[in-house]
Design a protein around this ligand. Structure first.
Ligand code: ATP
Ligand code: MG
Length: 251
């Protein structure tokens, strides 16, 4: 697989503090992979995402397709835990907003929006105002709005963190479906190891004190919903794998 994003000796310091939050970290995001980042609260996960988005500056090498990332760009779409939509706009207008701003034709926007609403299962809610939607529906709209731009990289910071377990499981499946259909790359932060194991091609791990990604593991269990499993042998293997991640996080 080709490299989409390269981070080499990446260090990040907020302007208002003396201590860097991230020191000398290295990782690559490959084309068409889901790269999941896990680690304890406060270790610097969101900080790395913000640098990837171009919201904050970093030292060292940080490139996407060979070009330095130093500013926000439609090529990198961001979804947060509580993504803000335009509450008085309809679902359709929220999803098509970026395309309109980029002056796509009305027909092209309609076509793309209809396709995306179908993808996220909200075709019947196209004309609903987004303040009327449930949290899960709202996150689906936020994801579709980012997908509308055909961004080659989606950056997701605990995108399902505010959702109940049942909705969360459905969203994980949706993300995998979207990833397969849209052939996009995804950088996702989660504190839920089962979510990381279900979604990630690779899982990057941080701990509380090293201020960097300490290990990146291939994940042989992508696509498996651990909570629905009734295969004991497989469950045991996943349990062992999960524990090996936890040990690194707590190191
Ligand atoms: N805007 C900021 N200015 C200064 N320091 C910040 C800023 N944002 C975050 N930090 C600090 O950087 C460190 C890493 O924060 P970050 O939000 O990246 O952690 P996180 O791993 O995403 O945690 P969580 O899992 O709780 O979201 C923390 O010590 C935090 O206080
Ligand atoms: Mg965070």
């Amino acid at each position: 697989m080709d490299t989409l994003v390269k981070a080499q000796n990446l260090s990040i310091k907020y302007p208002n503090s003396d201590e860097p939050v991230i020191i000398d970290t290295n990782f690559e995001i490959k084309d068409n992979e889901i790269f999941v980042l896990v680690g304890p609260s406060g270790c610097g996960k969101s900080t790395i995402l913000q640098a990837l988005a171009g919201f904050i500056q970093a030292d060292g090498v940080l490139t996407m397709n060979g070009q330095t990332i130093d500013t926000p760009d439609w090529q990198r779409g961001v979804v947060f835990q509580n993504s803000s939509l335009y509450p008085w706009f309809t679902v359709k207008d929220n999803v098509g907003f970026g395309l309109k701003a980029r002056q796509f034709s009305k027909a092209d926007i309609e076509k793309r929006v209809a396709y995306l609403l179908d993808l996220i299962g909200l075709s019947d809610q196209g004309n609903t105002k987004t303040f009327e939607l449930s949290g899960g529906m709202r996150q689906r709209v936020a994801i579709a709005r980012v997908l509308a731009n055909k961004s080659p990289l989606l950056l997701m910071d605990e995108p399902f963190g505010a959702l109940d377990a049942f909705t969360r499981a459905k969203m994980q499946k949706l993300i995998l479906d979207i990833w397969r259909q849209e052939k996009t790359s995804i950088f996702m932060i989660t504190h839920d190891l089962n979510e990381a194991i279900r979604c990630g091609n690779r899982i990057a791990i941080m701990n509380n004190h090293d201020k960097k990604i300490i290990e990146i593991k291939d994940n042989p269990f992508q696509n498996i919903d651990v909570e629905e499993l009734d295969d004991f042998e497989l469950e045991r293997k996943i349990d062992k794998y999960r524990k090996s991640i936890l040990e690194l996080i707590n190191q």
